[in-house]
Design a protein around this ligand. Sequence first.
Ligand code: ME8
Length: 656
Amino acid sequence: MEKKPFYITTPIYYPSDKLHIGHTYCTVATDAMARYKRLTGCEVMFLTGTDEHGQKIEDKAREAGVTPQRFVDNIVQGERGILDLWKLMNISNDRFIRTTDSYHVSAIQKIFKKMYDNGDIYKGTYKGKYCKPCESFWTESQLVDGKCPDCGREVQDAEEEAYFFRLSKYADQVRRLLEDTDFLEPRSRVNEMVNNFIKPGLEDLCVSRTSFTWGIPVDFDPGHVVYVWVDALSNYITALGYDNDQYDDYSKFWPADVHFVGKEIVRFHSIIWPAMLMSLGEPLPKKVFGHGWLLLDGGKMSKSKGNVVDPYILAEMFGVDALRFFLLRTFPFGSDGNFSNEALIQTINVDLANDLGNLLSRTVSMVGKYFGGRLPESQAEDAGKDGELVELISGLRARYEAQMEQYAFQNALAEVFKVIGRANKYIDENAPWVLAKDMEANGPRLARVMYNLLEVLRVSGVLLTPFMPASAQEVLNQIGACEDCRTWDSAGVYGALEKGAAVRRGDNLFPRVDADKALAQLEEAAQAAKRAALPDLEVEPQLEEKVDFDTFCKSDFRAVKVKACENVKKSEKLLKFTLDDGTGTDRQILSGIAKWYKPEELVGKTLMAIVNLPPRKMMGQESCGMLISAVHTEKGEEQLNLLILDDKIPAGAKMC
Ligand code: ME8
């Protein structure tokens, strides 16, 4: 029988800082859902990745003294980077997209062009607020108390040429989608979207920038880069092969079954993304689910507040499965939840060590002690004593499924742990140690008691697999579950385990955590991390990527003489040069070196420039090339020295 396709995604993460427990939460939830769907027999496509363009990344790379590409490569692929974290957390994604992947880049250019050609993207003027010291544009709504959200300083009115997407055209269609269908969940988020964004009037969206370069160039208008959200949202289709030849899964997996996203980016996914797809004439995803945040001390974790929780430290101390389990057992997925180390330790001790761990170790050791590790076939039921437990086991899968289908991970796990709790009570009610005193008379009855306990462990083991893949398999190994009784089908019935099941005692899967000791260790680790307070991922000085010789030879480096030089109005960084490049026509280059040079000291000097780069606009003025300088860091301060040539070298002399 053909498997039903199921396509699920996480947001693609910004590789600007190390990921923290909040990002891990979202990815673990998606992983649990993907594994659950695979268990139920679907053919799953689970996509995650990284969102690598934009001004923020460009700025961070500059601070680190490396190219943006080198910077993101390090955070994505470097030691303890994003890929390492997902490996550690046992994330089973089928695909990983990076928005710098070349197939994605060219697909975005095609998507942008399609929307331009169909009239949904047009050229206009972006009017916004400008922060001079940060050289950043902001919209009115991004300002904090009317000031720059980054540095808190005064902003001024500014304009730049930009492309716009006719978002306003789709306002009614998007509103109907939100109000009349169950596209967006939890439903409480619908009112927020409609009241805060649609009712006040959806404005067209600025979808290109000229004030920085680290983005996907608009190929028919160089100098403009595609707005990072248009680039990022499209990842969900380019990763399937939309407008590219890298993959061929679009017809199978699109529309997505669900996008899991954090609540602050619901707006992009439930308004802008459907409108973009409407413009492209493509089907809409079936659902967007906006999950809550993990808070620390009541506030959002953020690098700048210094209150992020490092998943590496927790996974290393408590184990990956315990951490995965805690995240989904403790917090309702649609709402915010308060993270604390105390809650983590308590969940491990109560649910895992006490309830599940004890049930497993007691059962396995009793089967070992009373039956030499293998149950006899002859077993005696006692309908009165077994009925309730058997019924609970038989109906567990259906109750769990109902919750999982609503992404209610916490409730699905609560269903499993209700049965585990009931089984522990069943041990006390049936007192196996008393039955064991007279094996001749009570052997068959004792065997049935043990069998029922193994069945609880079997069904629970199968249903816990999406949450704790390695530990749940170990539970199933210890109770001697055969392949056929580890399946989704078998989890729906009582009695799938063969009667003569042989158990094999293994390691204590969930050791009790000594809370005081663990909390002290965590405190120490947090202090050590603060002391270290070095760059998040150390960016090692490395050589840049190789370029082939022919490509390099196309670069037109030449001597240029400075005819005039002045500060650019409203900019603290930029100098404007008028240059003689040997062609007989003046060349204008803007360069962000005002911090190091005064205009007057450069007039008459002979510099080195690359002159065949596409023109860029900075602060509304065209820059045709780039001056060459050497950059290094001294006592934490960036230093820059222009490459100044001997005056006797004529303008236009080529570098070779
Ligand atoms: O938003 N608790 O990337 P991002 C729960 N690149 N979730 C949290 C969290 C917390 N404390 N902190 C962050 C972006 N997240 C874009 C997405 S998708 C086309 C582009 C979640 O790295 C956050 O809510 O800033 C978001 O869903 C995800 O991590 C990625 O955040």
